[in-house]
Design a protein around this ligand. Structure first.
Ligand SMILES: Cc1cc2nc3c(=O)[nH]c(=O)nc-3n(C[C@H](O)[C@H](O)[C@H](O)COP(=O)(O)OP(=O)(O)OC[C@H]3O[C@@H](n4cnc5c(N)ncnc54)[C@H](O)[C@@H]3O)c2cc1C
Length: 518
């Protein structure tokens, strides 16, 4: 007789989506086991002390939250605080004051557009474009927590189906250029289509439109908020909700094989000592990336998934002063764009697509601790330390393969030089030092992300984002979580139609799918 444990659901991977699925399922009375290969839960949504002797808990990978629906927070009673930033973005412009966009665009934003472009026309175009974006976001956001709508039904829910159509059918560069003329201002908008997405904004079929949509739709406002306590506080609250509901969470448990049958699935895993374990499940919920799941099912993974970002984590002894004279506490409080004009994005894309590290890497930086000093230890807070996160674009994994360490070093050298061009004092002089006297700067290429998080190719969404609508007639009315096997459902960012980023939507959809069936 088989003495194996049997669960209603075994969740593979305790990324935040796996945790959300576990919390919903256990909360509905299902027996749930969550298996996570790492020693901690959270996947790419974690906080940790990165530098020895420096008590600062950095959001080592993801850092801002927009797509997590308030509904999931309320359903699971998640104890998290998401703080608004007063500044949405600041764009450094050589020789000028730069472009400031406040969260609530007021006279300072208007004056900044005027100073940059010499007229009020650009700000008017910006208001028109983002007015349309806001209406689209308000109309689309509620559909994300419903079963998938057909394209026709979705379009019928929108006040501005024209923008939805344009994003899907036209090159993102053209859609943005309809309203915006300035190279700098266009770039601010286009970066939303390129975060974590290597795409040609002039190609109507590229993933840039989808990526922009996910960056503007969260909770109907598209506001990117600061998780107080860092990203680890978000996944920590999800793990707490799952445990409180009765789910069992096992870390250092690497799933090695899934054997699906008609009536269930046997899940095999190993622990840190190499001991082998197995459990039976009525259903398996896959919180790991689709390529991982393919491997576990003995199928060749679909190839080609590749991330394109450079992530740099830093702790500063003080914020650097800016050449523009703008207060660094204003500039770094929002998303600080560097070398992200439309022309610079095009040039970097062309070089990277041709297999070269871009001469000028477009990137953005952001200081978490200005909005939320709670991530700083007492001594670091008293000393005035600050955090800094840098996210570089158009640096695909392939560029790092021949010489991972040397290419990463060169990429860091370039972005530091590029940032220094806007600073009144070198960044290096402002970095805090760790216990070994080393500057507090840690960089990760997509290859590093793949190695540490099992995200295929280091792609931050596990693969290109999908339009949040049924892609086929069969998909209409479903939750977009099906795999080839009815006993195995997807929950992850890349495995589900609408699961991208820190949203919990993949886990939510997987749980709704299962709870409606059993
Ligand atoms: C550098 C970076 C910056 C980002 N910035 C943001 C941001 O600011 N805002 C935002 O919204 N999104 C951001 N993202 C994207 C976002 O973090 C991810 O899309 C999201 O966290 C994915 O969550 P997930 O739960 O679907 O998958 P993951 O977080 O990938 O979790 C999958 C889990 O499965 C585990 N696993 C894998 N294989 C196995 C196995 N065989 N057995 C057991 N466990 C296994 C992994 O260890 C992992 O814990 C960023 C991502 C990165 C990498």
């Amino acid at each position: 007789m088989d003495a194996r444990s049997r669960y209603d659901a075994v969740v593979v991977g305790a990324g935040h989506n796996g945790l959300v699925a576990a919390a919903y399922l256990a909360g509905a009375g299902r027996s749930v086991l969550v298996l996570e290969r790492l020693e901690r839960v959270g996947g790419a949504a974690v906080s940790r002390q990165v530098f020895p002797g420096v008590d600062v808990r950095l959001s080592a990978y993801s850092y801002l939250v927009s797509l997590l629906p308030d509904r999931i927070v309320a359903d699971l009673d998640l104890e998290i605080t998401l703080a608004d930033r007063a500044v949405a973005s600041y764009t450094a412009v050589p020789g000028g004051p730069g472009l400031l966009v406040e969260r609530d665009e007021g006279p300072a934003t208007e004056a900044s557009f005027r100073a940059l472009t010499g007229s009020d026309a650009e700000f008017a175009g910006w208001r028109r474009f983002y007015g349309r974006v806001a209406a689209l976001a308000e109309d689309l956001a509620p559909t994300l927590t419903e079963p998938l709508l057909s394209p026709g039904a979705l379009a019928g829910r929108l006040r501005d189906p024209g923008l939805w159509h344009d994003l899907r059918e036209r090159p993102l560069a053209d859609v943005v250029a309809d309203e915006l003329a300035s190279d700098v201002v266009r770039g601010v908008s286009l970066t939303d289509g390129l975060i974590g997405t290597f795409a040609d904004v002039h190609d109507p079929g590229s993933a840039a439109g989808r990526c922009l949509l996910y960056h503007v739709v969260g909770n109907g406002t598209g506001r990117w908020r600061v998780p107080v306590g860092g990203m680890g506080a978000v996944s920590g609250a999800m793990a707490a909700a799952a445990r409180a509901a009765g789910a069992e969470l096992l870390t250092r448990a690497t799933v090695t094989r899934l054997d699906p049958r008609r009536d269930g699935v046997t899940v095999h895993w190993t622990d840190d000592d190499g001991a082998e374990h197995a459990a039976d499940a009525a259903h398996v919920v896959c919180g790991a990336a689709p390529a991982v799941v393919d491997r576990l099912l003995g199928r060749p993974p679909a190839d080609g998934t590749e991330g394109a970002q450079l992530k740099v984590n830093m702790v500063l002894a003080r914020l650097p002063r800016l050449r523009s004279g703008v207060d660094p506490a204003v500039a770094f409080a929002g998303t600080f764009h560097v070398d992200e004009s439309a022309a610079q994005l095009d040039a970097a894309y062309a070089q990277a697509a041709a297999g070269r590290l871009p001469d000028v890497i477009p990137f953005e930086v952001y200081c978490h601790s200005l909005s939320d000093p709670s991530v700083l230890g007492p001594a670091e807070r008293a000393a005035g330390h600050q955090t800094l996160t840098l996210f570089g674009l158009h640096t695909p994994a392939a560029l790092f393969r021949a010489d991972p360490v040397g290419t990463r070093r060169e990429a860091v050298r370039r972005v530091v030089d590029q940032l220094d061009a806007h600073l009144a004092e070198p960044l290096l002089d402002c970095l805090a030092r760790d216990a070994d006297g080393e500057p507090c700067l840690q960089a990760a290429s997509p290859l590093d992300v793949e190695a540490s998080l099992a995200m295929p190719g280091g792609h931050i969404f596990h693969g290109d984002l999908a339009w949040p609508v049924a892609g086929t007639v069969e998909e209409e009315g479903t939750w977009g979580v099906a795999t080839d096997h009815p006993r195995v459902v997807a929950a992850s960012s890349g495995g589900t139609v609408r699961g991208g980023a820190v949203s919990g939507l993949g886990g939510y959809a997987a749980a709704r799918h299962l709870l409606e069936r059993c």
